[in-house]
Design a protein. Structure first.
Length: 358
């Protein structure tokens, strides 16, 4: 799975006001029943990644959804893609709404794993179009950023682009790279001057040639906690890190900084499983999850960026600078092309392994 800041501890803030039934797009049952709540007696199973992230989602949209509609939201997880694929292949999935990574969305969608999003229920027009697909709606956005130590660098001397990550003269010493071909090929090419709109298809040979220039001066991290620790302990002065992990370290007192220029975004999507028993209620839950109120609550608790731009009006000023969908970063950031990686990941993972060993 693609990893990010899902392990961070959420704040214990009050749930933001939930939307009413009309705002949710919920209609009364056809019998014309006016009393009660529109989905009394209904159930939907929501599967996510567990821990603080799922706790934030539960508070942000699952509980308000239950209160407003009367539907019960059953929590399950953590998401395991092998388990999920087996469930889908059985034709009787027990997970209705699932939080999945963008790479799994594209790889599984071609196998018919998900229901088409019902746009009569889910208001996709309020979501940034980059985070909407036929089969899923973006829940959160996170990013790979250039992180650096504020004990090593000052504001005047700090790195400001991926090119600086590769500049051993200006920025000597050890740096850290993610031990994964994605996003390291993109980062290498951006550092070598490839414009973001010309990045795909990736020039693989050029990327590895660029990576060769810093290979012996790099430490490769495999887990988010490892990347955090390398910077905090001063083993490296700069390197590739996920924005939420750096935010978490700073909240705990670490003297670290983060550059947003050329940030590489990735997205988690909410989908409804193909053949889901509670498909209709699942669509309503996704609609609730993408309201400004719900997305702002997750952002305030976890520093995970919203896909609904209207959420920014409800996000704390202290959190906004840490969010990858902040409008201030729009011109310089880009979304990783997972359609490219769907078709090329296996071969390039092998190439990455061979390159590291060479």
């Amino acid at each position: 799975m693609t990893t990010h800041a899902k392990g961070m501890q959420p704040g214990r803030r009050a749930v933001l006001g939930g939307a009413g039934a009309t705002a949710l797009g919920l209609a009364l049952p056809r019998g014309g029943r006016a009393a009660g709540k529109p989905l009394d007696g209904k159930t939907v199973v929501f599967a996510s990644w567990g821990g603080a992230y799922q706790a934030a989602q539960k508070a942000a949209f699952c509980e308000p959804f239950s209160e407003t509609t009367g539907a019960a939201v059953v929590q399950d997880g953590p998401v395991d893609f092998a388990k999920y694929r087996a469930m889908l292949q059985s034709g009787a999935p027990t997970w209705d709404v699932v939080d999945i990574t963008i790479d799994f969305l594209y790889s599984a969608a071609k196998d018919g794993a998900f229901e088409i999003i019902d746009t009569n229920v889910v208001d996709v027009k309020r979501i940034d179009p980059r985070y909407v697909t036929e089969y899923g709606v973006g829940a959160i956005v996170w990013s790979y950023n250039l992180g650096y130590s504020l004990t090593t660098y000052t504001e005047a001397t700090r790195p400001r682009s991926w090119a600086d990550l590769f500049d051993l003269e200006k920025f000597p010493g050890k740096r850290m790279l993610r031990d994964r071909v994605e996003p390291m090929l993109e980062i290498a090419l951006l550092a070598d001057g490839v414009p973001k709109d010309k990045l795909y298809p990736l020039d693989v040979e050029r990327a590895f040639k660029k990576l060769d220039t810093i290979k012996k001066d790099s430490i490769f991290w495999a887990t988010n906690s490892q990347s955090q620790q390398l910077l905090v302990d001063g083993e490296v002065g700069l390197g590739v890190i996920i924005n939420g992990r750096l935010y978490d370290a700073v909240q705990k007192g670490a003297k670290l900084g983060m550059e947003w220029n050329q940030a590489l975004q990735s997205v988690d999507f909410l989908v409804v499983s193909k053949g889901a028993k509670n498909r209709a209620v699942g669509m309503e839950l996704i609609n609730q999850a993408t309201t400004p109120e719900a997305q702002a609550r997750v952002a305030n608790d976890m520093a995970l960026a919203p896909t609904n731009p209207a959420a920014f009006a409800l996000i704390k000023d202290s959190v906004k600078p840490w969010l990858s969908t902040n409008p201030a970063y729009a011109e310089s950031s880009l979304v990783v092309d997972e359609l490219y990686w769907r078709d090329n990941l296996k071969a390039l993972m092998d190439r990455w392994t061979q390159w590291k060993l060479s």
